[in-house]
Design a binder for this molecule. Sequence first.
Ligand code: GLN
Length: 180
Amino acid sequence: MRRLGADAVEVRTPERLAGLDGLVIPGGESTTMTRLIDSAGLEPALRAHHEAGRPILGTCAGLIVCDAEHLGFIDATARRNAFGRQLQSFEADLEVIGAGEEPLRAVFIRAPWVERTGEGVEVLATWDGHPVAIREGSVLASAFHPELTDDPRFHAIFMAMITKAAEQSRANREKEGAPR
Ligand code: GLN
C-alpha cells in the first residue's frame, strides 16, 4: 500500500481505525482473528468503517472474516482450507478482472475458496472453478496473498476503490458544508 502512495499504519484498536480511508484485514488464522476482534472491542469500529462506505480488503483469513458467516461485509460464504491437504500451499497464474491482460501470480496458503456468492457479488478471478477474488461495493476480497509477490496490481485495484470513496466523501462533506 505504501508503494502505491498510501500512508499505511497498523490497526489494533478501535481508536486507530477511526478516520482511516481504507482497511486491509490480512491473512492469518480466522478463528484467532475473530477472537482478537472481540477482545480488542474492534467490531463496532469495523462496522462503522464499513457502513461509511470506506473500502475494506480482506485477504485469505481476512476474506473469511468478512464473509456472511462472520462480519457479513460481503454476501458470500468461504470454505476454509478448501484446497485440501495435498494442495495446502501453491502458486497459480490467475486472470483477474481489472488487473489487465497479464496473468497475476497468486500465492495460496491454506487458502479458502468461495463457496457461494450473492447476486451483488462480482467474481474477479476463479481457480479450479472456484471464485478466489470477489468484490461487493466497497469490499474486495481474495483467497490468495497479494502482498507476497512484487506485483502491485491487486492492491492497485483496492487503492483505486479507496481514492474514489475518499473523493466521494469529501465531495459530500463539501456539499453539506456549503452555504445555501
Ligand atoms: N487457513 C486459515 C484460516 O482458515 C487462513 C490461512 C491464511 O490466511 N493464509 O483462517
